[in-house]
Write a protein that binds this ligand. Structure first.
Ligand SMILES: [Zn+2]
Length: 253
């Protein structure tokens, strides 16, 4: 999902788009069913796992992948039907996480009627990551929850989830850590998260901070696009193929 550095995704988008198009025609998403024993309650359940998938086309500016991977999101987090434990792999878990699952806050989030069920699963995964101090994982879960809200046209809830992701990304930054480990790439996400919740001032400030790091030209082009969109007060979804000068990006690959 968000683990690839920005440059890798950009290169994939801008340079290998034709190869990917051909590949996508040959390789549809494949799914499988497995039985998993829950690490929290020991109950067994059937879960769907992704065998293979592909992306064809440009990811969003926040690196949400294009189809077909885009539509596999519901299989990125499993939910135990017995205790409500939500994780990428239900077989993995700690006693501390089991305590979180049983907490009223967790169970209330899992059943929150305002959010789509998929978003609740990601937000529960976020609570578990928060508990164990895994900020990167928590922010990715919050971000996925926002995407699930986008897909369900839940604008206010998407804003809440993006705010949660933004808080965690800012915390990561304040601790001197990086999500992507590439100059300016974290600033792209900081800027995009802020812009999508209509905090255009923060979006511009974050993008300018990223530009001040003198990132590679391809990252700089995305940051410049974020600034332009924020200045236009555009809080909508945009994709990386909107970068004004893709030829400049190709020279980087
Ligand atoms: Zn369970």
């Amino acid at each position: 999902m968000l683990q690839n550095p920005l440059q890798q995704l950009l290169r994939r988008t801008l340079v290998s788009v034709f190869a990917l198009a051909a590949s996508a025609l040959l390789h549809a998403t494949t799914l499988g069913r497995i039985e998993v024993a829950c690490a929290v309650c020991s109950a067994k359940s059937e879960q769907t796992v992704i065998g293979s998938t592909n992306t064809m086309g440009a990811p969003d500016l926040d690196l949400r992948p294009a189809e077909m991977q885009r539509s596999t999101m519901e299989f990125w987090v499993q939910e135990c039907p017995h205790c409500g434990y939500c994780a990428g792999d239900l077989a993995q878990g700690t006693p501390a996480e089991a305590a979180v699952v049983k907490s009223p806050a967790y169970q209330s989030q899992l059943k929150n009627p305002l959010f789509p069920p998929l978003a609740n699963r990601f937000l529960c995964a976020m609570l578990l990551s928060d508990q164990s101090g895994r900020i990167e994982s928590a922010l990715r879960s919050a971000h996925c929850a926002a995407w699930a809200c986008d897909d369900a046209d839940k604008t206010a809830e998407a804003k809440q989830a993006r705010t949660a992701a933004l808080e965690r990304l800012r915390k990561l930054k304040s601790e001197g850590k990086s999500l992507y480990g590439q100059k300016g790439a974290d600033a792209v996400l900081l800027s995009d998260l802020a812009r999508r919740i209509s905090d255009f001032e923060s979006a511009v400030a974050s993008a300018r901070e990223g530009l001040a790091l003198a990132p590679e030209s391809i990252v700089a082009a995305v940051l410049a696009l974020e600034i332009r969109l924020a200045e236009q007060k555009d809080a909508g979804r945009h994709t990386l193929d909107e970068i004004p000068d893709p030829a400049a990006a190709k020279t980087e690959s």
